[in-house]
Design a protein around this ligand. Structure first.
Ligand SMILES: Cc1cc2nc3c(=O)[nH]c(=O)nc-3n(C[C@H](O)[C@H](O)[C@H](O)COP(=O)(O)OP(=O)(O)OC[C@H]3O[C@@H](n4cnc5c(N)ncnc54)[C@H](O)[C@@H]3O)c2cc1C
Length: 263
């Protein structure tokens, strides 16, 4: 069984800084981490490795320094990794990102059994890349997975729904997005770090994955982030003290609304 996990490097901060010219994130000088949701996807892959001896490959698309999260994933137990980095693929939107990841996945293995993603990235927050890659790979998609088992090429997955869970069963290959309720990510071992430090991680660009440049990066992205800004913090709001009953509260709210509405 070959499992490929897509992990994204994200800023380790709530207050991201945006480049006012390109409307893309300023990553320089900002602490970066593995996207927290991807840690759960990686853990699901490592559990299947423990149980079935699966091969686990981690890939990331990002600036050269994104290689750090690949070493972290290998220190936790992943077998190999690939860094997708190239100026031509930078600033990509979710479609261009999905395109690049799907080409790299195909180059790694024409038919991987399982491709795992985190539920979403904490910076772009679109949750679109997993579904995008499943479309490019023409693989079925199962999202919001909170538990996963595999037996004889058949998966059983519990998926989070608003009202409880759905239990889905199906044949591999499949693309899945994983939620944080799935597991507790393991820590990297010292031995794991030593191995990871010594491992050569290949860096692929648009050429190595035979990407059509017209579908890559900022220019190849149909979505243009026109403006990113921190929404104004809402202030004010009226605290309604001393009202005896809910009915009193309703009457007071109606009175205020009428006053505001001038009627
Ligand atoms: C503030 C902000 C707003 C943005 N808004 C949009 C927007 O509205 N539309 C748009 O198209 N793009 C947008 N982008 C760009 C978007 O971040 C990138 O396209 C990005 O590569 C993927 O989208 P995402 O961050 O939403 O990831 P998501 O789709 O939320 O990520 C889901 C999963 O996909 C995998 N993944 C995502 N990116 C990578 C990667 N680079 N390498 C490996 N695995 C990955 C991870 O497993 C991750 O958990 C925005 C970026 C920022 C910072």
């Amino acid at each position: 069984m070959h499992i490929i996990v897509c992990v994204k490097q994200v800023p380790d901060t709530a207050n991201v800084r945006i480049n006012p010219e390109t409307n893309t994130l300023i990553r320089e000088g900002v602490e970066s981490i593995m996207n927290p949701f991807d840690e759960y996807a990686l853990e699901e892959a490592l559990k299947l490795k423990d149980e079935h001896g699966a091969r686990v490959t981690v890939i990331t698309m990002g600036p050269p320094q994104a290689g750090v999260i690949l070493r972290e994933a290998m220190a936790r137990g992943a077998d190999d990794a690939v860094l997708l980095t190239d100026r031509a693929i930078a600033g990509a939107d979710t479609l261009a990102t999905s395109y690049i990841l799907s080409l790299a996945i195909r180059k790694l293995n024409t038919k991987p059994d399982l491709v795992l993603f985190g539920k979403q990235a904490i910076d772009g927050d679109t949750a679109q890349v997993g579904p995008g890659v499943s479309e490019f790979l023409k693989y079925p998609l199962v999202t919001y997975v909170k538990s996963l088992t595999v037996k004889d090429g058949v998966f059983t997955a519990e998926t989070m729904m608003d009202e409880g869970v759905d239990v889905l069963e199906g044949k591999l290959p499949v693309v899945m997005t994983v939620v944080k309720e799935a597991s507790t990510p393991r820590f990297a071992s010292l031995g794991g770090w030593i191995n990871a430090k010594e491992t050569e991680i290949p860096a692929w660009g648009a050429k190595e994955i035979e990407a059509d440049i017209a579908q890559c990066g900022l220019d190849g992205s149909p979505t243009k982030v026109v403006k990113i800004f921190a929404p104004p913090v809402k202030t004010g709001g009226k605290k309604m003290d001393g009202l005896q009953t809910p009915g009193d509260a309703v009457n007071e709210i109606v009175r205020l609304l009428k006053e505001k509405g001038g009627r």
